[in-house]
Design a protein around this ligand. Structure first.
Ligand code: NAP
Length: 334
């Protein structure tokens, strides 16, 4: 495992983080709590020190499961980096919606601490920008928690560079969290260069494009009811789905030919080689899914192979699409 110290902080952590969106169950067709806890223990056993979560993942369920798993772990709290989020509220009628008001953040952090069974969060991100709340109000609320020691670093997730500039007038930023994987690369244009320039750690999310880059998904894969890949995520809908599957097949062949690896290992290695100070978030909910972790450290993707990867993507994915489907609504749009 490669470890790192997050820029502008003394947080030492692993360059791979366990993503727990699926562990929360909501939008992933449900969760198996025992299996999820085993996955968290397997991740820690393998040297993953960072767990990324959010109250929005199963309306607190993912955080609760993590809290229980850590409680039964032999590791000390200081050996684990917990990354969670605020800024998404919910109710029964509307589901999740953006809310980064000071009042909500102050109540949200307390619930997160209770669920995670801890008294501080290492990295606390605003999950999605709430444009109905002044950014300085959100920034001041986060800065207050930072100064109080309830959070050790501040992150902004899914913010534009202009929004981050405004936020920074009232609070420090230590990290950003952005979608970044072989199929979702918009962050390369502005966000990752911004992170490098401002010395921020970039948490790269959906490293496997929600499993597409695992190599295990085929045209006949069946997703459970409630799994976003069944009818919401546009990459999994025909005819685009076939384009992405063709890309996966060709990337897998390239990985086998050049490195004796598979597409999942290539995708994670590619993420780890992105410029700047980066962390790759890998979602898993079964312990055995983390087995390939041991295969990421003995190869390097050279420049020529990087170009060949780009050529495969250009040729196979004719109508690429981003992650707009994930964006939760503003309160006024409900
Ligand atoms: P991901 O890492 O791209 O893919 C996760 C899925 O890939 C798993 O749930 C699993 O699918 C499949 N998978 C993983 N390892 C596998 C293996 N060895 N073999 C076969 N399949 C495998 O997806 P993600 O969960 O979207 O992203 C990772 C993390 O990033 C999230 O959990 C979350 O922490 C963070 N994230 C943040 C935001 C944000 O707005 N800030 C948005 C999205 C994600 P099955 O469960 O079906 O087996």
């Amino acid at each position: 495992m490669e470890n790192m110290t997050m820029k502008q902080t003394n947080i030492e952590t692993s360059r791979i983080g366990l993503g727990t969106w699926a562990i929360g169950g909501f939008q992933w067709g449900g969760t198996d709590e025992q299996e999820a806890q085993k996955t968290i223990h397997a991740a820690l056993d393998k040297g993953i020190k960072l767990i990324d979560t959010a109250p929005g993942y199963g309306f607190g369920k993912a955080e609760e499961i993590i809290g229980k798993a850590l409680h039964s772990s032999s590791l000390n709290r200081s050996e684990i980096t917990l990354s969670s989020k605020t800024g998404l509220n919910w109710n029964e009628k509307d589901g999740l919606f953006r809310d980064s008001t000071k009042a909500f953040i102050h109540q949200d952090i307390e619930r997160t601490l209770r669920n995670l069974q801890t008294d501080y969060v290492d990295v606390y991100h605003v999950h999605w920008p709430d444009t109905l709340t002044p950014f300085y109000e959100t920034a001041e609320a986060l800065n207050y928690l930072y100064k109080e020691g309830k959070i050790r670093a501040i992150g902004l997730s899914n913010f534009s560079t202009e929004q981050m500039d405004i936020f920074r007038e009232a609070a420090p930023i230590h990290a950003i969290q952005v979608p970044h994987n072989l199929f979702e690369r918009n962050s390369e244009n502005e966000l990752l260069p911004y992170a490098e320039e401002k010395e921020l750690t970039a948490f790269l999310y959906s490293s496997l494009t929600r499993g597409l880059l695992s190599g295990n998904i085929t045209k006949d894969s069946q997703f459970s009811e409630g799994d976003i890949r069944r009818d919401t995520d546009p990459k999994f809908q025909s005819p685009r789905f076939e384009q992405y599957l063709k890309a996966v097949k060709e990337l897998d062949e390239l990985a086998q030919d050049r490195f004796n690896k598979n597409v999942l290992e290539l995708a994670l290695r590619w993420n780890l080689q992105q410029p700047g100070s980066t962390i790759s978030l890998w979602g898993a909910r079964h312990p055995e899914q983390l087995a390939p972790l041991d295969n990421l450290w003995d190869f390097f993707i050279d420049d020529e192979t990087m170009r060949d990867i780009d050529e495969i993507l250009m040729r196979t994915v004719k109508t690429p699409i981003g992650i707009d489907f994930m964006a939760p609504p503003n309160k006024q749009d409900l």
